[in-house]
Design a protein around this ligand. Structure first.
Ligand SMILES: CSC[C@@H](O)[C@@H](O)C(=O)COP(=O)(O)O
Ligand SMILES: [Zn+2]
Length: 207
């Protein structure tokens, strides 16, 4: 049974996040999708094909963790990339997917790389569980595909081995990022985008 008041609150919060992300040019031209956990077995996700900077609370669908809709409408084409994260990690409360220029460019520039390592940045401390710049984390990069179930399987297999990872890139496509709630997820996404932008600048300087 869906708690309609909680659904509405989460939808309003995700729509506001969408406006913010659109202002940053991170979700151009209907790209991106957002979700928030409703309870142990369900989440709300953006409807497919909507402009993510101009969402209203009716542009969200409730789905179970097998990515099947449990309210009216057509959920995001990439719903399974959200629901598999909620299924794997009980402490995840929100997931944001964006197509920002920095993540799209770096994922292509790194061609066949399977991951990008972020080391010795003060901003690493924005991620949960990190309390020093003197560390490094790997952000995996998966090749893009229109087979979302296959991609969800690859991501899930990676996270089974490397659970302490705040997000991943899809080559030439974008980023998925998560956190314990929407505020943490926005913080993780902002830090990840900034750090990838820094890496891109370093690559430019070294050429
Ligand atoms: C506008 S192309 C982007 C889509 O193919 C997809 O990657 C995307 O992010 C949005 O898909 P959606 O089904 O609206 O959630
Ligand atoms: Zn996308």
């Amino acid at each position: 049974m869906i708690d309609s008041k909680y659904f509405y609150q989460q939808a309003v919060a995700l729509a506001a996040a969408g406006e913010d992300l659109y202002q940053r040019a991170w979700v151009p031209a209907t790209s991106g999708n957002f979700s928030a956990r409703l309870d142990a077995t369900s989440a709300i996700v953006t409807a497919s094909g909507k402009h993510k900077g101009r969402l209203s609370p009716t542009d969200f669908i409730a789905v179970d963790l097998q990515a099947q809709p449990i309210s009216d409408g057509k959920p995001s084409a990439e719903t399974e990339l959200h629901t598999r994260l909620y299924a794997r990690f009980a402490d995840i409360g929100a997931v944001l997917h964006c197509h920002s220029p920095s993540v799209t460019v770096i994922s292509k520039a790194l061609k066949n790389a399977r991951a990008i390592t972020l080391s010795d940045y003060e901003l690493l401390k924005a991620f949960d569980g990190i309390d020093t710049h003197d560390t490094s984390i790997d952000i995996p990069i998966f090749d893009n595909t229109q087979n979302i179930s296959a991609l969800a399987d690859q991501v899930d297999a990676y996270l089974a081995e490397q659970p302490h990872c705040p997000g991943y890139l899809i080559r030439g496509h974008g980023v998925y990022c998560w956190g314990k709630d929407l505020e943490s997820t926005m913080r993780n996404l902002e830090a990840l985008d900034c750090l990838l932008h820094c890496e891109l600048e370093l690559m430019r300087l070294s050429h």
